[in-house]
Design a protein around this ligand. Structure first.
Ligand SMILES: CC/C=C\C/C=C\C/C=C\C/C=C\CC/C=C/C(=O)SCCNC(=O)CCNC(=O)[C@H](O)C(C)(C)COP(=O)(O)OP(=O)(O)OC[C@H]1O[C@@H](n2cnc3c(N)ncnc32)[C@H](O)[C@@H]1OP(=O)(O)O
Ligand SMILES: Cc1cc2nc3c(=O)[nH]c(=O)nc-3n(C[C@H](O)[C@H](O)[C@H](O)COP(=O)(O)OP(=O)(O)OC[C@H]3O[C@@H](n4cnc5c(N)ncnc54)[C@H](O)[C@@H]3O)c2cc1C
Length: 609
């Protein structure tokens, strides 16, 4: 399809999804799933995932009563317009202005520079009638920083942009992927006026007289929508990783290459140790991210309830966990989808394998909702603050509770003596705790050598990111272990999940061996025992690998992959797909007479000469 066809087809699908949501007797969860599933990624997704939550989180009761009924009935379609051409990561650097005019009791929205143009918001370019706009609030000449405003963008009768608004699509994006069905847009304001009551005023306010009333709660609650989406992205990473691993595992069981004895059947590539070494950690990651995503959803729900009661104690933890796990899981999943493509050899590069499309649609997850490095630096800031408070009498809690045992963890030596010890949850956990703590403390010690802490932080950015990642990997391993300690139904399921848990943990030890050795968290002999145990675990998982991906219960339609078909009937279906290609509509291709024939004939003529 052309981009316009792709876009229009997504509109058709989105409206169909909305029709189903209204006609079917769905639970709220089913309705939410359908909204996200049917439209991924599309304007409907962002209306529900960002526009509506922003109003819920930052609007007053009156504003919620006015705008949510319209949004819930989709009588208005909204987007989340924060990022600008010149600023995305640095939210406090946004340039769009919202200047209060007491004469008219209005805000004047303006894009003072080209870099202040809103740029990237999904659904902004062509679909949305409204937006939550983030702009610098100015009253009486004073800049109060970035605040949220609900703004109508288009005429509700003919969808034309309102006067003072220039709006459009930012153009084709990466690959041929489904993200080109999304109208990520640009928007400029030219002294565009909105009523004062369209500033989202649950946190901060502007009175009729133009007096700015700052928030009496942490200003970062304005970032709440991003935190909520980051939390969902972790579970999304598990889904995307599971899709890729399902395709690669099923195909690895179907594909045979080399190894035939005396003309016998060739070897399934899934039996090669290199294939297992690349594939099974990704299978384990899909399960690991699902379990940590379940826990993160609990953490986010808990912090939301606490915020309702003005209890901000766990807000820093929630921010650090959503930021860090979003960063870590999306990076791992993007790399994992590409690895799954490679695991499928040449056929993995075909569009009909489903992997190029999945990769093209998935990889922006490393950037949207926060660049992954920028988010890990937020985790690092949180860890440095926690380390600085050790010994202050304030015991670290939650995911940093292990730091409360710093005295032990800084000097303990791993008691791993044999390969089987690497199946001991307490020993594995302590290894990851020691590595994470020692990396964080090493950063803190190096930071303390700088007179200027900000300068020190800037100098040590790369080390800080690695310490943050070590902390996040500890969280994932620990939540997998906790999951195994709970009730798990199904004969033999717990044993298989145990294998996957230790494959996840031990593959990380192998991948980040430098960290574990340089922090003396383990010795090289213990590392060798870990590798030995890893190989043994691969052998145990192998017989159940296909069952473990079948357990994701993805339909062939959802997987969209000839290689990942449930029935394994790959080769005939590859031909079937190939013959559908328009190039095969004729046996002699368009262009033969204009280009190929003259070339050949010219060659023949010169040959005769
Ligand atoms: C197969 C699947 C296919 C497709 C996938 C389908 C769906 C996927 C699911 C979802 C996709 C959905 C949407 C995609 C569309 C994308 C939307 C967007 O991208 S929206 C825009 C996102 N933008 C960002 O994330 C910007 C990142 N930057 C920031 O968040 C801030 O600028 C940053 C935190 C980096 C800095 O903020 P600043 O105000 O400068 O704070 P500072 O660093 O100075 O810290 C001060 C203080 O505040 C604390 N803090 C910071 N942020 C938060 C927070 N969010 N919550 C709580 N606290 C916060 C910070 O820790 C510090 O505290 P201390 O002073 O240290 O105590
Ligand atoms: C598909 C897609 C959909 C999007 N949808 C929306 C949307 O609906 N609404 C919306 O508002 N936005 C949206 N965005 C924008 C997105 O949120 C931003 O692109 C993202 O936050 C990254 O910001 P940036 O582009 O400014 O990156 P930059 O910050 O410019 O990143 C560039 C490089 O600089 C590095 N860097 C930046 N700051 C630092 C630092 N302090 N220390 C070290 N390194 C640093 C980064 O790590 C990165 O390597 C979308 C983006 C994409 C790709």
């Amino acid at each position: 399809m052309t981009r316009k066809e792709l876009f229009k087809n997504t509109l058709r699908k989105s409206v169909h999804a909305w029709k189903l949501i209204n006609e079917l007797p769905l639970s709220d969860d089913e309705s939410l799933m359908l909204r996200h599933f049917m439209d991924q990624p599309g304007f409907l997704d962002l209306h529900w995932r960002m526009f509506v939550p922003a109003i819920k989180g930052q609007g007053t009761e009156e504003q919620k009563q006015k705008w949510l009924p319209l949004a819930n009935k989709m009588q208005i379609i909204g987007c989340y317009a924060q990022t600008e051409l010149g600023h995305g990561s640095n939210v406090q650097g946004l340039e769009t202005t919202a200047t209060f005019d007491p004469q008219t009791d209005q805000f004047i929205l303006h894009s003072p520079t080209q870099t202040s143009s809103k740029w990237w918001p999904g659904g902004l370019g062509k679909v949305s009638t409204h937006a939550v706009i983030y702009a610098r609030l100015i009253t009486d000449g004073k800049d109060h920083g970035v605040h949220g405003f609900i703004v109508q963008l288009r005429n509700m009768d003919d969808h034309s942009p309102l006067p003072g608004i220039t709006i459009g699509d930012i153009g084709v994006k990466f690959g041929n992927g489904a993200y080109n069905s999304m109208d990520n847009g640009f928007l400029m304001f030219d002294k565009f006026c909105i009523p004062r009551d369209q500033m989202l005023m649950r946190l901060s306010k502007v009175t009729r007289e133009g007096k700015y009333v700052p928030s009496d709660v942490p200003r970062q609650l304005m970032y709440g929508t991003m935190v909520s989406v980051r939390q969902t992205i972790v579970s999304n990473a598990s889904i995307a990783m599971a899709r890729a691993v399902c395709i690669a595992t099923r195909y690895s069981a179907v594909r045979r290459q080399f190894g035939s004895q005396n003309g016998g059947i060739e070897t399934q590539v899934i039996d090669y140790k290199t294939q297992q070494n690349r594939l099974f950690p990704l299978l384990a990651s899909a399960y690991a991210f699902r379990f940590v995503g379940e826990w993160l959803k609990w953490l986010y729900t808990d912090v939301t309830q606490r915020l309702e009661a003005s209890d901000f104690a766990t807000l820093p933890e929630a921010h650090a966990c959503t930021a860090g796990l979003k960063s870590m899981t999306t990076s791992a999943t993007s790399d994992g989808i590409e690895e799954c493509r490679k695991l499928c050899g040449g056929h993995g590069y075909l569009w009909c394998s489903g992997l190029p499309e999945l990769f093209a649609v998935y990889v922006p997850a490393c950037t949207y909702e926060g660049d992954n490095v920028v988010l890990q630096l937020q985790v690092a800031r949180f860890l440095m603050k926690t380390v600085s408070q050790l010994g202050s009498g304030k015991a670290p809690a939650g995911t940093t509770a292990y730091m409360g045992r710093a005295k032990h963890l800084l000097q303990c030596r791993s008691s791993i003596r044999k390969a089987e010890d690497w199946l001991n949850p307490a020993m594995v956990l302590e290894t990851f705790e020691a590595r994470a703590l020692r990396m964080a403390v090493s950063c803190a010690n190096n930071l303390s050598k700088f007179e200027n802490q900000e300068q020190g932080f800037s100098e040590l950015l790369a080390d800080l990111v690695e310490a943050a990642i070590a902390h996040c990997q500890l969280i994932v391993v620990s939540k997998f272990i906790v999951k195994l300690e709970g009730e798990i139904k199904g004969k033999g399921v717990k044993n298989q999940l145990k294998n996957l848990c230790y494959i996840y943990a031990l593959h990380l030890i192998h991948k980040h061996l430098g960290d574990f050795l340089s922090t003396n968290s383990i010795t090289s002999e213990q590392a060798s025992l870990a590798n030995h145990q890893l190989r043994s675990l691969y052998t145990q998982v192998r017989p159940n690998a296909v069952a473990l991906v079948d357990a994701f219960d993805y339909t062939d339609h959802y997987l969209g992959s000839v290689l990942g078909r449930y029935d394994g009937n790959v080769y005939p279906k590859l031909f079937e797909e190939a013959l559908k290609d328009p190039l095969n509509d004729t046996v002699v291709p368009d262009g033969y007479h204009e280009y190929i024939r003259p070339l050949i004939k010219q060659h023949l003529r010169s040959a005769r000469l």
